[in-house]
Design a protein around this ligand. Structure first.
Ligand code: NDP
Length: 278
């Protein structure tokens, strides 16, 4: 495993387990335990995923010490519109069965609400119950808006990033503030058309994968690591869960990293943070 150091001084594993669409209940507990057993020590959930209880249960059942796991959850949009972030955060802690999280994120920049939401997260951070706070789906202009009021700089910006959407200007903007970039949907997301869209069966990626005896998915994940981007692939398939973390015995050459960068098409699989209806 490789780690990044957040602006709080905390260390975060560069590869974590994303649990969007992982079921709540025993099936979810079991699959999250497979990930923990495979060596993942960072879990990315969110209140809206509806599986915080399964995440907490899996951590308990795994026997791994709480302090050895980096736990992330997120503040949902509807709370920003009509609810109370403090209450939502307390509910997340209760559902997870923990007394702190390692990272709490604003899930999406809800128009007219995200600046106040950032101030609410700062209060939570200062209470010590979130060891770090950050944002998700923030574009440069969203970061600029909160920069006018922040007394805490976000530790992380988690946004859609894969070879078809490299978001280099956003990456540079994060780096300017010392904000660590984190990619979601690093493998193109849960859409079954990812392969057909040419991400995982791209001939150039296949060639690189063959050179290292890896899969194209592993090459993409390693490309994230070599760019300094934290990533959180999701899988409920045990063999893929294990394969996705088996990327620390090789690294890409600068030319290979640049060649993968060159696959960018500015193509989103998910919603545009300036135009979402949820
Ligand atoms: P991913 O890019 O991680 O792709 C997941 C899909 O790829 C699943 O269908 C999975 O199938 C498949 N897959 C996983 N590993 C492999 C492999 N080695 N080879 C081939 N296929 C594979 O998509 P997500 O959208 O889930 O993103 C990852 C995480 O990012 C989420 O779980 C969540 O934690 C976070 N996220 C955050 C968002 C935000 O707004 N902040 C938005 C979206 C995601 P299977 O499970 O069947 O194995």
């Amino acid at each position: 495993m490789k780690y990044v150091t957040l602006n709080t001084g905390a260390k975060m594993p560069m590869l974590g387990y994303g649990v969007f669409k992982v079921e709540d209940g025993q099936a979810g507990v079991d699959v999250i335990k497979i990930a923990l057993d495979a060596g993942y020590r960072s879990i990315d959930t969110a209140a809206i995923y509806g599986n915080e209880k399964a995440v907490g249960q899996a951590i308990k059942e795994s026997g791994i010490k709480r302090e050895d796991i980096f736990l992330t959850t997120k503040l949902w949009n509807e709370v920003m519109r009509t609810g109370d972030p403090e209450e939502a955060f307390a509910q997340s802690l209760s559902d997870l069965g923990v007394d702190y999280v390692d990272l709490y994120l604003i899930h999406w920049p809800v128009k007219g609400r995200y600046v106040d939401a950032w101030l609410a997260l700062e209060k939570i951070y200062k209470s010590g119950r979130a060891k770090a706070i950050g944002v998700s789906n923030f574009k440069p202009h969203h970061l600029e808006d909160i920069s006018k009021v922040w007394s805490v700089v976000p530790a992380i910006n988690q946004y859609e990033m894969h070879p078809h959407l490299t978001q280099k200007p956003l990456l540079a903007h994060c780096q300017k503030y010392g904000i660590i970039p984190q990619s979601w949907s690093p493998l193109g997301g849960t859409r079954p058309d990812s392969v057909k869209e040419g991400l995982l069966d791209n001939p150039m990626l296949i060639k690189i994968a063959e050179k290292y005896g890896k899969s194209t998915a592993q090459v993409i994940l390693r490309w994230n690591i070599d760019l300094g981007i934290v990533c959180i692939p999701k899988s409920v398939t045990p063999s893929r869960i294990r394969a996705n973390i088996d990327i620390f015995d090789f690294s890409l050459t600068p030319d290979e990293v640049a060649a993968i960068d060159g696959l960018n098409q500015d193509k989103r699989f998910g919603a545009d943070p300036d135009n979402f209806d949820f």
